[in-house]
Design a protein around this ligand. Structure first.
Ligand SMILES: *Cc1c(COP(=O)(O)O)cnc(C)c1O
Length: 390
C-alpha cells in the first residue's frame, strides 16, 4: 500500500474500532417494501418513501415519458440551455401546491440547502440553528461564512436568547433554520411559537420540510400549512426524494426570493439541471399527494404508525411522524440489534455518530403506506424479541 492509501486505511481502521465504519449494501432488486440486499430478501424499514410513491406506476410512466420527450440528461445548467419544460412545470406545480408565489427546484435537497443558505447569509450575518438540524443545513451554514449560533433542540427560550443576542449585535440579517419533522428523532418543531419569536425579532425563517412534505396539511403541503403558519415562513425548503417519491430539492417562497436564488444560489447556477426523468416523476408525485389517493395513502401510513408506536415504547397518542427511533445508546448495541432484525428478514438501519451524537445510536424505523399491517406486526414482534439481546 502506498503512503496515501496507508493513511486512509488507518483512519478507516480507527472508525472500525469505534463501531463507526460504514459500508454500502448492494440492493439488487426492489419490489414495493421488499428488497433483495446482499442476496437476502428483506422487508425495508429504511426508506423515506413514506407514501410508497417511488415505485408508483404514475411516477414511473411520467419518468419514462420525460426520457422519450427530453432525453436522459438535461445537457446543461438551468441558466444555459438546461431549463426544460418539465422544470418549469414542476416549479409552477410546487408553487401552487405550497401556496407561494414561486418555487425553484434543485438537483437534491442537499443542493437546495447549500445554495440557498449561502445566498441568503454571509459574513456579518447571523444564522441560528436548532441543534438537531440535518447535516446539509449545518454544512450550508458553515460554508456561508455567517456567524453561527446553535440552540438546544426545540428550546424556545434558548432561541429567544439568541435572537436577542443577534439583535444586540446589530446583525444585518438573522436567519433561523429549523426542520418541521426531525430526521433522526421523528419529533416536530414548535413551529407556531418559532414563527412568533422570529417575527418579534425581525428575523427570517428557513424551514426544512423534508420529512413533512406530502404528509401533513390538507393536501400534504407540510407541517407549516397544517399549523396555519406557512405564509409567515420566508423560505420553505423540502426534498422531492422522500414522500414525493422522486429526487431533487425545492425552495418555495416569494417571486423575489426565487429570482434572487436564480442569481445567487451557487449550487443552482453551477450545476447541470436535474434530469428530465426525476423532474417529471416529482411533478407526478406532487400531483398525486393532493388527490384522494394521496389522502388515502396518508391515512394508511398513520394507521401503521399508530400500530407500531406502542411496541417501540413511544406514546400511542399523537401519531407525530413516520419516523420511529429506538434509541439504544452504544454503537455496538445498535449494530447488534440491527443484525438480529436482519436475521429475521427485516431491514432496519442502525444510525450512529456522526449522524447522531455519540452513544445515542439507534434504530431508525421508517414506515410507509406501502407496509401492510402484517409487515408492521412482524416488525413489532421482532423488536420485542431482540431489543434486549446481549
Ligand atoms: C434527506 C434530507 C435532506 C436532503 O435531501 P436530499 O434530497 O436527499 O438531498 C435535507 N434535509 C433533511 C431534513 C433531510 O432529511
Amino acid at each position: 500500500m502506498n503512503a496515501f492509501d496507508q493513511s486512509l486505511a488507518e483512519q478507516l481502521a480507527a472508525l472500525e474500532a469505534q463501531g463507526l465504519r460504514r459500508q454500502l449494501r448492494n440492493v439488487s432488486a426492489v419490489a414495493g417494501t421488499r428488497l433483495v440486499q446482499d442476496g437476502r430478501s428483506l422487508i425495508n424499514f429504511a426508506a423515506n418513501d413514506y407514501l410508497g410513491l417511488a415505485t408508483h406506476p404514475a411516477l414511473r410512466e411520467a419518468a419514462q415519458r420525460a426520457i422519450s420527450d427530453f432525453g436522459a440528461g438535461s445537457g446543461a445548467a438551468r441558466l444555459l440551455s438546461g431549463s426544460l419544460a418539465p422544470h418549469l412545470e414542476l416549479e409552477e406545480a410546487l408553487a401552487a401546491f405550497k401556496g407561494t408565489a414561486a418555487a425553484l427546484s434543485f438537483t437534491s435537497g442537499y443542493a437546495a440547502a447549500i445554495g440557498t443558505v449561502g445566498a441568503l447569509a454571509g459574513r456579518g450575518d447571523v444564522i441560528i440553528l436548532d441543534k438537531l438540524v440535518h447535516s446539509c443545513l449545518v454544512d450550508a451554514a458553515r460554508l456561508s461564512g455567517a456567524t453561527l449560533r446553535v440552540f438546544r433542540h426545540n428550546d424556545l427560550a434558548r432561541l429567544e436568547d439568541l435572537l436577542e443576542w443577534s439583535t444586540r449585535q446589530g446583525a444585518r440579517t438573522t436567519l433561523v433554520i429549523t426542520e418541521s419533522v426531525f430526521s433522526m428523532d421523528g419529533d416536530c418543531a414548535p413551529l407556531r411559537e418559532i414563527v412568533e419569536s422570529k417575527d418579534r425579532f425581525g428575523a427570517w425563517l428557513m424551514l426544512d420540510e423534508a420529512h413533512a412534505t406530502g404528509l401533513y396539511g390538507p393536501g400534504g403541503q407540510g407541517l407549516a400549512s397544517e399549523l396555519g403558519v406557512a405564509g409567515r415562513v420566508e423560505v420553505q425548503m423540502g426534498t422531492l426524494g422522500k414522500a414525493l417519491g422522486a429526487a431533487g430539492g425545492y425552495i418555495a417562497g416569494s417571486r423575489v426570493l426565487v429570482d434572487f436564488l436564480v442569481n445567487r444560489a451557487r449550487s443552482f447556477i453551477f450545476s447541470t439541471a436535474p434530469v428530465p426523468a426525476q423532474t417529471a416523476a416529482a411533478l407526478a408525485g406532487v400531483s398525486l399527494v393532493q388527490t384522494p389517493e394521496g389522502a388515502e395513502r396518508r391515512q394508511r401510513l398513520w394507521e401503521r404508525v399508530a400500530q407500531a408506536r406502542p411496541a417501540m415504547g413511544l406514546p400511542a397518542t399523537a401519531a407525530q411522524s413516520a419516523i420511529l427511533p429506538l434509541i439504544l445508546g452504544p454503537e455496538s448495541a445498535a449494530l447488534r440489534v440491527a443484525e438480529a432484525l436482519r436475521e429475521r428478514g427485516l431491514y432496519v438501519p442502525a444510525i450512529r455518530y456522526p449522524t447522531v451524537a455519540r452513544n445515542q445510536a439507534r434504530l431508525r424505523i421508517s414506515l410507509s403506506a406501502a407496509h401492510t399491517a402484517e409487515d408492521v406486526a412482524q416488525l413489532t414482534d421482532a423488536v420485542a424479541a431482540v431489543r434486549h439481546t446481549p
